[in-house]
Ligand binder design. Structure first.
Ligand code: FE
Length: 353
């Protein structure tokens, strides 16, 4: 008999603890566990970029941040593999598409923080509370000012025009940045017109897609093509580089923000999410709150020449030199994830390698 009573007691204890964990994950205020003064971050972002922020966070809160660095996909696979036993509390990566994929694989934890919701504009965070944008980047047209007249540039749509035949180099469609750009076009123009667009861009290729954003920019500088699509911070890196060649290259390419007379230039985010099986959820939320704060935002955006998530934050002089503020496409980042599958299919169909 005693055994039965004991078992019933243990069972209700398990149910109670299970329920308590569930509720507490949703509400920061009531989150009370035996958390250590640590938080573990699986980071796909450069360590030099994050370290000063994590050190400042430790100074403010006493919480130590342990970084495990890797490529976004690898870290995602690792979180999946580690399951319940993972040490990961925060997943830090780029692109709303990546964050959306992590969410759909059930790797993330839904959180609620009034503070974060106030700091991160709703179009830059997941509609269900699973991930949060912490910096903004724009994917723009970069061009060779010696071969392209400014008056020839206008919109992403216009890149499909015959006048660009043999003049565009781009990165492969396996890259999430291009997938997200196409996802935004699918939202604005519909699938049919977006497929038409992608098909015509392929016709305008100067060569088969290869390399990363900087490869495309180099090709523009070397006259292998006239325009490309690239994220602005890569030019920021060149402009602030200590390498002579990169500094020289930076002077031979220019930024053009497309669609300034309508929806604005395509933007994306880098962001963070709490991992589903995080053991330090309270600390993880505190870290995200910190990264979204004014103090961190200024450092965050400036170090990598990205854009802050709120307009009241200053940008670097390099970023200003391209024109700031510019019109940003305020489409919800959720749409980039939701249309990712469709974008991948279109790229396949039109043979954008
Ligand atoms: Fe990048």
């Amino acid at each position: 008999m005693n055994k039965i009573i004991r078992n019933i007691f243990l069972l209700s204890l398990v149910i109670f603890i299970g329920h308590y964990n569930d509720v507490s994950a949703e509400s920061h205020g009531s989150y009370k566990t035996n958390e250590s003064k640590e938080v573990n971050v699986y980071s796909a972002r450069k360590t030099y970029l994050m370290k000063p922020l994590f050190q400042a966070f430790k100074k403010d809160t006493g919480i130590t941040v342990n970084i495990i660095s890797g490529k976004s996909k690898e870290l995602q696979n690792r979180i999946e593999r580690e399951g319940l036993n993972t040490r990961a509390d925060v997943f830090l990566t780029v692109d709303a598409g990546n964050l959306h994929i992590a969410k759909s694989k059930d790797l993330l934890k839904k959180i609620y923080s009034e503070k974060i919701n106030k700091l991160v504009p709703s179009y830059l965070r997941d509609e269900d509370g699973y991930w949060y944008g912490l910096s903004v980047r724009s994917r723009v047209i970069m061009y060779n000012p010696n071969t392209v007249k400014l008056s020839d540039l206008s919109t992403y749509e216009d890149m499909a025009n015959k006048k660009w035949k043999g003049r565009i180099c781009v990165r492969s469609s396996g890259n999430i940045y291009n997938q997200s750009l196409l996802a935004s076009l699918i939202y604005h123009l519909g699938e049919k017109k977006s497929e038409e667009w992608a098909k015509n861009i392929v016709k305008n290729f100067s060569r088969k897609p290869k390399g990363n954003d900087r490869t495309q920019m180099t090709s523009v500088v070397l006259g292998q093509c006239d325009i490309t699509l690239a994220n602005t911070y890569y030019l920021g890196k060149w402009m602030s580089s200590e390498k002579e060649e990169e500094k020289k290259y930076a002077k031979q390419i220019a930024v053009y923000f497309p669609n300034q007379n309508d929806r604005g230039a395509h933007i994306n985010i880098s962001g963070a999410a709490v991992v589903k099986h995080s053991k330090n959820t309270g600390n993880a939320i505190k870290l995200i709150e910190y990264l979204a704060s004014d103090k961190a935002q200024e450092l965050y955006a400036k170090t990598n020449h990205e854009y802050p998530i709120r307009e009241n934050i200053d940008v670097s002089d390099i970023v200003k030199s391209w024109g700031y503020p510019f019109k940003q496409d305020r489409l919800s980042a959720n749409q980039l994830g939701k249309n990712n599958n469709k974008a991948v299919k279109i790229f396949d169909k039109v043979n954008w390698q």
